[in-house]
Design a protein around this ligand. Structure first.
Ligand code: T46
Length: 151
């Protein structure tokens, strides 16, 4: 029997699991101007989702960490609209760190990716555009429970 047809080698149910490699940086439009620069984000044009919620993290004290959870369905775009911070991405198998430090660059994070935010610079602001309104039931706040779900 050809290998491709052997049922014991069929793709596992987790074959389409979310990967940290699916989290991508998006370059946003930049209108440069001597009066100051402008960047805009349109749901249909720049994001694979329509924007249902906007929130932002600010006045983050030095050494603080945010996040520490994954979402079942939520998609988000994170932008360092001021200053910089780092995002640790974790799909349960691999981890990757991304630094955000430009107001015209966003990080897209899909469902089932654990994220932790740290290394906030003084005065930094993390803008988040989200595909759904806040719903605590969408969160995995326990890392072991998240890993058990994705592996
Ligand atoms: C994420 C990172 C980047 C609300 O009531 N509405 C909201 O829209 C949000 C985001 C939070 N909250 C409440 C829930 C908690 O009582 O605000 C409190 C702090 O939320 P949390 O501890 O989840 O905040 P972060 O900064 O750790 O995480 C947030 C988002 O929850 C999360 O989706 O990816 O920012």
């Amino acid at each position: 029997m050809p290998t491709a047809l052997r049922p014991d080698l069929a793709p596992s149910p987790r074959a389409n699991a979310a990967s940290v490699d699916d989290c991508r940086l998006i370059e946003l439009p930049r209108i440069t101007d001597p009066r100051g620069n402008l960047t805009f984000i349109e749901g249909g044009a720049h994001l694979p989702f329509s924007i249902e919620r906007v929130y932002y993290l600010y006045d983050v004290p030095g050494g603080a960490e945010r996040g520490g959870h994954a979402h079942r369905a939520l998609q988000q775009l994170l932008v360092a609209v001021a200053g910089s911070f780092e995002v640790l991405l974790d799909d349960g198998r691999r981890r990757r760190r991304v630094r955000l430090d430009r107001p015209y660059r966003g990080l897209l994070i899909g469902p089932m990716i654990w994220r932790e935010l740290d290394e906030f610079s003084s005065g930094s602001v993390c803008l988040v555009l989200a595909s759904q309104c806040y719903d605590e039931a969408d969160y995995y706040r326990d890392h072991a429970a998240f890993v058990a779900e994705v592996l």
